[in-house]
Write a protein that binds this ligand. Structure first.
Ligand code: SF4
Ligand code: SF4
Length: 315
């Protein structure tokens, strides 16, 4: 599988990055054993790049997959921490759970931040820089759904990697349209930032246009890799074919993940926690109940664990 340099990091990552959110307890709830087997198969097939986050709770799946694997594995993780202390806890937690004494890539998990993101998250950002100086984190960056954040990251010398949302429909971009994000990505490329893409399939909304949707992002200048969520070996096989430029038989496409929807049950008591959490502003309160705008929902599952009433279901 083709590898690309990730900006100026010196890392060569495969075009297909194994996105671990889809198998996480936030989404498909794949067991550690089953998830580890899918990730391990991807590594055996030549994928060398895995994306995770503290909130995905997939470190155990990854740790089991990489155990005794003697090839190269580049892991990108991220944390929503704001303070120095909380980021330090996230880093130590990741080291412990992944069973490593260093972390290849650590991102500020900043889905819905604004242009002041590096001030708001200054403590966490400083912590990442300190841990890079210590050699424990090799490269630092930021993940985002925001054009403003990509533009702010371009100006930050210490940010080596940007993980922006991008897909052919422009779905999930919170403060601009597709052209705005493409322009910001091009500026980031010119600034020699390492770029890899999230939500190329818009959280499953583009699954019916799978190859076109992936090709669209693959063809963005400077996009070194694309994180695609996979929960079983059938989905992995489809994606391996696409990234190896092989034809995908129709019957294989049909085994790809089916489209889900977020439902809010009557247990909702209108506390608003999910509204505050949604990276995509897809939730609002109406008549003391949460309602979802399905045109904005990317099925990420981030809202699910914050609900005290267990009222949110991805079905
Ligand atoms: S977090 Fe749960 S209870 Fe609170 S508004 Fe959202 S769905 Fe309703
Ligand atoms: S409503 Fe929930 S599942 Fe949909 S984008 Fe927001 S946090 Fe993600």
């Amino acid at each position: 599988m083709k590898k690309n340099l990730l900006g100026q990091t010196g890392l060569e990552v495969t075009e297909l990055c194994f996105g671990s959110l889809a198998m996480s307890p936030l989404q498909a709830k794949v067991s550690i054993e089953e998830g580890a087997a899918v990730i391990r198969k991807a590594l055996d097939e030549g994928v060398n790049f895995i994306d995770t986050a503290e909130m995905y709770l997939t470190n155990p799946h990854i740790a089991q997959a990489i155990k005794d694997f003697d090839g190269e594995v580049i892991i990108a993780t991220k944390s929503t921490a704001t303070s120095y202390e909380d980021m330090e806890k996230s880093i130590n937690n990741s080291l412990k759970e992944l069973g490593r004494d260093y972390l290849d890539i650590f991102l500020l998990h900043a889905a819905r931040g604004g242009k002041d993101i590096f001030e708001v998250r200054q403590g966490a950002y400083n912590c990442l820089k300190d841990y890079k100086d210590k050699g424990i984190i090799k490269h630092i960056g930021i993940s985002t759904h925001s054009v403003d954040v990509v533009n702010a990251a371009i100006l930050e010398e210490d940010i080596e990697i940007i993980f922006p949302i991008i897909n052919m429909n422009g779905m999930g971009i919170i403060d601009g349209d597709l052209d705005d994000m493409l322009n910001a990505i091009e500026k980031a490329r010119q600034a020699k930032k390492g770029l890899y893409a999230m939500k190329a399939l818009a959280g499953g909304n583009l699954i019916h246009k799978l190859e076109d949707a992936i090709d669209y992002v693959r063809n963005i200048n400077g996009m070194s890799s694309i994180a695609i969520g996979m929960i079983n070996t059938q989905e992995l096989d489809v994606n391996l074919r696409i990234f190896r430029n092989e034809a995908v038989p129709e019957e294989m496409k049909n085994t790809s993940k089916s489209t889900k929807k977020l439902f809010i049950t009557n247990y909702c008591k209108g506390c608003g926690k999910c509204v505050e959490t949604c990276p995509n502003f897809a939730l609002s309160l109406q008549g003391n109940k949460a309602v979802v705008d399905h045109d904005k929902c990317l099925l990420c599952g981030y809202c699910n664990p914050v609900c005290p009433m267990f009222a949110l279901r991805l079905l």
